[in-house]
Design a protein around this ligand. Structure first.
Ligand code: ADP
Ligand code: MG
Length: 700
């Protein structure tokens, strides 16, 4: 059998998916479960036992011995605790058992997960509960049950709970709008996401010689290699055999898990690649992206490679991001962000579009917060990723349509008639004409929006919680107006018109990487939140607490706890990097330089002993340079050490601590690095204590 004929067979073979359910569950149970999955109806507890047993039988047939609740705590990675299916029988034997109770609820120890103060005020206990809207699957010999994670008092401790709440919310609000347009068929609206994932691959032997990569995921030192990405020869270039073998293997593993891995190619930087799946509903896409990141790392190990997901593993070459392609679709198969064929469809499209425009403008701070972490601070605004300023790209055609409506003007020079919603059919916006702008942080690409600010390590949950909620808020405002309307078409036009007039400042179709845009954005009053500690406080701004509590996505306590966790996470990240830096300088770089200097001294002395008049200019110059640079490095690292000791003085507030790490520690780290990188460029290759950029980026 050829590999291509095997694909349909292996696809989803490790997933308790619809096909398996249909085959293994009694008809009534299957129907009840589907109602929960598709319509969000609450689950009848009596069916849990039947489902659990079927899941267990299916898994055991595949050699599985354990099960685990699989959840997404605030650590950024997924968590699991494996229990075996065994249950003792009389006579000293065991049978394999899995009850409905075990399927539905678990009790992992919540005290070891970040809770941002929730633990202090509430009980330490945490529970996991089955999320039947995401399929169970097999990984590492365990049946994994996707679950939500919450505290004893019901506060969400994870990233999935608020995401599910936000999906429910946008469903409710979008349905209100659809009903206004006379749509009685649609019963459920879902947001869809296709996340494009960037990553680097490096050789494992080289990786294991770098303490910084091992402990922090990025290089804290490294002089620029003679060749970086300036030749622009890597993007879409031919894929090296070793990388090809990795991608092939990765695809197979992802397909088994039912993940729709579709496109794989080289990215801009050397050793950088991208994987894009076919989109799915946001909950599934989020679970799948978490799994994809995990499997990427695992498969790399098999190939003696290491997959780096950090946003900025190497200075001087592009970092890695994640493009969150987002749209809204109905259970009747319509994409609500696609301009339609009829005037009615188009009026509806423009109303949804207006909701997104208003949402992105009013909640630009939340979108920025949703992509803030220490790693992404190296990218946003650094001339390779979209800037830290949130704006949106609509393309010239669509902008013209909105302009004409806003100005009661004819749409194009060719037509004389004024555009009226509910009367006119819009021109089609083919993907290739709208997709040209690659610099926009939030671009309309024909039938979806591409949110491009995410960092590569991110769970896509946060950004999508924000997107779903802010758009739901605007849709609810629109529905409030239109449900009371006596003249629907007139009020609809008015809404689209005023929304555009009031929020057009957020639309920018030009080059987002230019300095002019930074100045222009400031004139427009758009936010430019350059760092994580600058951005995070906006999360708990009154208007944002009001938004999330109104829509019941977060309680204000949950928001405050998350704010603490995000700040702590930033401080911890910089703290670990700084300590690693000090360690590498003191234990590796300075001793290596001392050894190399010593060699040069001995060589000069030997030369002179042999021939007193010989020139030792090369040795003398190098020795002088090495000595002065290493003295400077020593001084700077001692200063960093002292500053790290003073961290304690700033522990009073999480925000103050994060600011200290950014303004003092991070600033000193840059200085340490600059000197160390200069030393690398004058040190001999054999004496430099760890692999250089040239090796890491090209030796694969
Ligand atoms: P590119 O951004 O490279 O031009 P594509 O336009 O092919 O690539 O799509 C990028 C991603 O967008 C893919 O993961 C794709 O599945 C996803 N996508 C396409 N349509 C939708 C949609 N309606 N909702 C969400 N994601 C979508
Ligand atoms: Mg893209």
């Amino acid at each position: 059998m050829s590999a291509s004929t095997q694909v349909p067979e292996i696809f989803g073979s490790l997933v308790f998916n619809d096909h398996v359910m249909k085959e293994r569950l009694p008809k009534e149970t299957y129907k009840a479960l589907k109602r929960t999955m598709e319509k969000g109806k609450s689950l009848d507890p009596s069916i849990a036992n039947i489902v659990a047993n079927a899941m267990k039988d299916w898994a055991v047939e595949k050699g599985v011995t354990h099960f685990t609740h699989w959840f997404q705590p605030m650590t950024g990675v997924t968590a699991e605790k494996h229990d075996s299916f065994i249950s003792p029988t009389e006579g000293g034997g065991v049978i394999m058992e899995f009850s409905g109770k075990e399927l539905v609820r678990g009790e992992p120890d919540a005290s070891s997960f970040p809770s941002g103060g929730l633990r202090a005020t509430f009980e330490a206990r945490g529970y996991t509960a089955w999320d039947p809207t995401s399929y169970a699957f097999i990984k590492d010999n365990a049946l994994c049950i996707p679950t939500v994670f919450y505290s004893y008092s019901g506060e969400a401790l994870d990233k999935k709970t608020p995401l599910l709440r936000s999906m429910e919310d946008i469903n409710r609000q979008a349905l209100r709008i659809l009903r206004l347009f006379g749509d009685t068929e649609t019963t459920r609206v879902t947001t869809t996401v296709g996340p494009e994932q960037e990553y680097f691959l490096v050789d494992k032997k080289l990786y294991s010689q770098r303490e910084d990569l091992i402990l922090t995921g990025r290089t804290l030192f490294g002089a620029k290699p003679p060749k970086g990405q300036e030749m622009e020869d890597h993007y879409f270039g031919s894929i090296k055999p070793r990388v090809m073998a990795y991608m092939k293997d990765l695809d197979q593993e992802l397909w088994k898990l039912g993940i729709l891995a579709k496109t794989e190619h080289n990215e801009v930087a050397p050793a950088q690649h991208e994987l894009a799946p076919i989109f799915s509903n946001t909950n599934t896409a989020t679970d799948h992206n978490q799994l994809t990141m995990e499997i990427m790392k695992k498969v790399a190990a098999r190939h003696d490679l290491v997959c780096l997901l950090h946003e900025k593993p190497f200075a001087g070459v592009n970092g890695s991001g994640k493009h969150n392609n987002w749209s809204i679709s109905t259970d009747t198969g319509a994409n609500l962000l696609e301009p339609g064929e009829s005037p009615r469809e188009n009026a509806q499209f423009l109303l949804f579009l207006s909701a997104v425009i208003k949402a992105v403008d009013e909640y630009q701070d939340l979108l920025r917060v949703s992509v803030a972490n220490a790693g992404n601070d190296h990218r946003l605004g650094a001339n390779e990723a979209p800037p830290a300023i949130v704006s949106m790209f609509l393309g010239d055609e669509l902008t013209e349509v909105l302009e004409s409506i806003a100005n009661d003007a004819p749409y194009s020079p060719k037509c004389t008639e004024v555009m009226k919603l509910g009367v006119h059919t819009l021109p089609r916006f083919p993907k290739d004409t709208t997709d040209r702008n690659r610099t926009s942080p939030f671009a309309f690409t024909g039938n979806k929006f591409e949110f491009r600010m995410l960092g590569s390590t991110f769970s896509i949950s946060g950004p999508n919680i924000v997107l779903n909620t802010i758009v739901a808020e605007e849709l609810s405002q629109f529905a409030d107006v239109l449900e009371q309307s006596a003249d629907f078409n007139a009020d609809l036009t008015k809404l689209v018109k005023t929304t555009y007039q009031e929020h057009k400042r957020i639309i920018f179709n030009g080059n987002n990487y230019s300095d002019e845009w930074v100045a222009e954005a400031e004139c427009r009053g758009l936010l430019n939140l350059k760092s994580t500690p600058d951005a995070l406080p906006y999360f708990v701004a009154d208007k944002n607490v009001a938004l999330f509590t109104k829509h019941k996505i977060f309680t204000s306590t949950e928001m405050l706890s998350r704010y603490e966790i995000l700040l702590e996470n930033y401080s911890k990240t910089i703290g670990i990097e700084a300590l690693t830096m000090c360690d590498m300088v003191k234990k590796q770089i300075l001793p290596a330089i001392s050894k190399y200097t010593d060699k040069l001294c001995r060589s000069a002395l030997d030369k002179r002993a042999l021939l007193p008049s010989i020139s030792c200019e090369m040795e003398e110059t190098l020795i002088t340079k090495l000595t002065s640079l290493s003295a400077s490095l020593c001084k700077k690292v001692n200063q960093l050490d002292d500053e790290l000791l003073k961290v304690k003085e700033h522990e009073g507030s999480a925000k103050e601590l994060a600011d200290y790490y950014k303004d003092v520690i991070f600033a000193s780290m840059q200085e340490v690095r600059a000197v160390a990188d200069e030393l690398e460029s004058v040190c001999s290759q054999e004496d430099w204590p760890f692999p250089t950029y040239s090796k890491l980026l090209y030796d694969i």
